[in-house]
Design a protein around this ligand. Structure first.
Ligand code: SAH
Length: 243
């Protein structure tokens, strides 16, 4: 785990032995399950350490240090094999985490990791953002909604903002297309009650490309018509064609 330890230090995060034990178990199970189910394309050693674990940790750069270990309510939408939510939970155990994922096999894997590591205050939900975002138990209930590699930003804001309480935040982890995606999301953001706060470039150890954290403030309640029914956000993204 040398790459991860060094990369975390560069982000001013220090990993303790209990964090490393949990992450080693998670890596081992990810590789083992991936042989049977297609959980992730990245399973090489350096890839898991940097592109999965360290990239997940980098979300903390968007929070004030005092917020890291507080009991924030966070939902990770389209978490897949748990990224970025589970590494964040391992590092910051007080987070109250909801993992939302549409694919059943990934949900089974997530529950296995949560149970094996005895992680508390983690709820794993098998469902779609369009449905769960209309459920009172989850709508506008979170301090933060996070997502990585789930959808183009105009679509993603329709998934994320319904979960966020007023004055909470959404965080999208994006690649080099981030500035252009932000530009195309302007109309969608006005519709769902979001406003871009800032875009934070992140350089991770060993990666040539720059990653971006797109931070969005929830400035108005999301109208009840959003999110639209399953499939609609991606079929008809909230893009103003006249713009
Ligand atoms: N966030 C993870 C997984 C990215 S792949 C990572 O960065 O590694 C995208 C995941 O989002 C897939 O597992 C897919 O099943 C899930 N997904 C896509 N659309 C979704 C939706 N509308 N609601 C819930 N999950 C969704």
């Amino acid at each position: 785990m040398e790459d991860l330890i060094a990369g975390a230090q560069e982000l001013r995060l220090s990993l303790r032995p209990e964090h490393l034990r949990a992450l080693r178990f998670y890596r081992q199970e990810l590789i083992a399950w991936n042989e049977r189910f297609n959980l992730t394309a990245i399973t090489d050693d350096a890839g898991v350490q940097i592109r999965h674990f360290l990239d997940s940790f980098s979300c903390l750069l968007a929070l004030d240090p005092g917020e890291w270990f507080a009991g924030k309510r966070i939902i990770d939408v389209g978490t897949g094999a748990g990224f970025p939510g589970l590494p964040l939970k391992i590092l910051c155990p007080r987070i109250k985490l909801t993992l939302l994922e549409a694919t059943g096999k990934k949900v089974s894997f997530l529950q296995h990791i949560v149970d094996s590591l005895e992680l508390r205050d983690v709820v794993v939900i098998h469902g779609r953002a369009e449905d769960v975002g209309q459920d009172k138990a989850h709508r506008e209930q979170y301090d933060w909604a996070l997502a990585r590699a789930v959808a183009d930003l105009p679509i993603l804001v329709e998934y994320l903002l319904p979960f966020v309480q007023l004055h909470g935040r959404a965080l999208a982890q994006k690649g080099e297309g981030a500035p252009a995606e932000v530009h195309r999301s302007e109309w969608a953001l006005t519709q769902v009650g979001g406003q871009i706060r800032r875009i934070v470039p992140v350089d991770l150890r060993g990666l040539t490309e720059t990653r971006y954290l797109v931070l969005i403030d929830k400035v108005a309640p999301t109208p009840v018509k959003y999110p639209r029914r399953p499939g609609m956000p991606s079929k008809r993204p909230l893009i103003d064609e006249r713009a």
